[in-house]
Design a protein around this ligand. Sequence first.
Ligand SMILES: Nc1ncnc2c1ncn2[C@@H]1O[C@H](COP(=O)(O)OP(=O)(O)OP(=O)(O)O)[C@@H](O)[C@H]1O
Ligand SMILES: [Mg+2]
Length: 594
Amino acid sequence: MTLVQQAELREPSSIQPIWRVLGSLRGYVWTALGALGSLLLLTVASAVTPQLFRWGIDQGIAKQNLSIVLSSAGWLVVAAIGRGLFNFGQSYWAEAASQGVAYDLRNTIFSQIQNLSFSYHDQSQTSQLLTRVTNDIEQIRAFLSTSLIQVINSIVTLVAIAVILLVMNWKLALITLTVVPMAGFLLANFLTRNGALFKQVQEQLGDLNAILQENLVGIRVVKAFVRESTETTRYTSMNDALVRANMKTIRAIRNTFPFIFLLSNLVTLAVFGYGGAEVIDGRFSVGELVAFNSYLLLILQPILLIGFAAPAIAQAVASAERVYEVVDAKVEIRDRPNAVPFETCGGRLTFENVSFRYPGATTEALKGVSFETRPNELIAVLGMTASGKSTIMNLIPRFYDATTGAIRIDGRDVRDFTLQSLRSRIGIVFQETTLFSGTLRENIAYAKPNASLEQVIEVAKAAQMHDFIMGLPDGYETIVGERGVGLSGGQKQRVAIARTLLTDYSILILDDSTSAVDAQTAAQIQAALDDLMHQRTCTSFVVAQRISTVQNADRIFLMDKGRLMAQGTHDELMQTSPLYGVILESQVKRSVSV
Ligand SMILES: Nc1ncnc2c1ncn2[C@@H]1O[C@H](COP(=O)(O)OP(=O)(O)OP(=O)(O)O)[C@@H](O)[C@H]1O
Ligand SMILES: [Mg+2]
């Protein structure tokens, strides 16, 4: 199941993730309180302003008292300065708190991605993860720094002004306040109808990034197959879909807001009409009517602000849901509570009736595999493609756990060891080589950045890479591009071998790691490794296609369709296994025809 499918299976979006986002403000309590304090002071400064007008008009202008007019004007300036200061404090502190939360979330999600098991990464789309780390977290940040403040500000202002209006003239206040529930209803309606739409926008952005990323990684394949225009069309149509979804949200917003404006104008009408009549009848002063009208403007502002904040909140809910989905993803492979470090290796590695099915797969990749190695043994694993060779290797360092059965090292279940110690004592060269951008030396010393140049050279020699590297103008400081661009397939494989040889391995696994190297060089590497393997390791596994590279293994395991079909030395298998005979024959024929 992909992440997107998982997301679709979940409950429709609820507001709950927002509480979690708010909870993450815990680490920034003082900053958040600073923002909240400024906000409250801002509300006070805003609420006081119309009262100053009223005072100036009723006590100053109406009574022809110039000094009151002037001092009310002075106080108005003070209130304006206060509003400016508190506005700054509010947005500065809100921004600071939001940056902190985003920082924490990015770190959390990154280390979670590091912790998640192979099976999670098998099933998730890299680009969706990328979108979550970047765009979704940004949405959450924007919510905290802007929308949240707008909403709190609006609610506080609404309540404060409602109280003031009710005290000033409760009948007129009730007429005015009818606008609040009506606008609230429109907004709530808007949010429930469009929540899914905002989530869809985020997902489409993820899909768009998926195409972009695939194309960046696979640009050479795209060009080789002359698929540039198809890929461009695919991207453009996704881009169109994203714009369409975005426009849909904008239309939804635009369809809601005119009604809110209309409401506000109707209320102005009521206040002016009814309030004007009250003034004529002498029950209400002109100053009070002016103040009332100013409050009316102040009361509409929060409603509009909530309106503007609503889409951002809907977006933030969707984003928070997506971010927490990764944060909460179960790390399937983890240390047991009483895990012990893997220290010494006696060389007895046991598979006890191990069966394994990849998560989501319908058939088993391994079926009842049992074997036991002897100390210092070099085991070669041979078999047709997809017979389960790499799968066996994946189970030893616990990239996956066996579905049934057990894998033991010197009698102890691998699940009893701490992952860190287990993996750092198992040197594995993957079938597919991944290098990082950086120098050759950095790549080789990936697991041991402090390794001396002599150590790096030693392993490069074993991997038959030293002479080539010395021939380069920059030698070991030569920079290789991302994923090793600039090296041939076989060179990359040899860097990968050297990289593994530099670790503290005591079990060594080479998964078809000389497949891209010519037979002669492969034989040289194998000869160099034979010594290492017999001296340094307690057990070694070599998965290989070529029988020639495995002939001097102590034992050969023959895999077929997930089963361990036969085992023995080359000579024994020649005698006993028809399948071995078939593979051998095909290779001899091939090497003759080549
Ligand atoms: N990550 C995965 N998720 C699901 N199924 C997988 C995964 N990796 C391998 N498989 C399946 O498990 C089976 C065994 O694959 P495995 O990689 O062990 O074969 P192999 O013997 O190493 O083949 P090759 O010689 O081509 O490398 C195959 O049927 C494959 O489709
Ligand atoms: Mg394989």
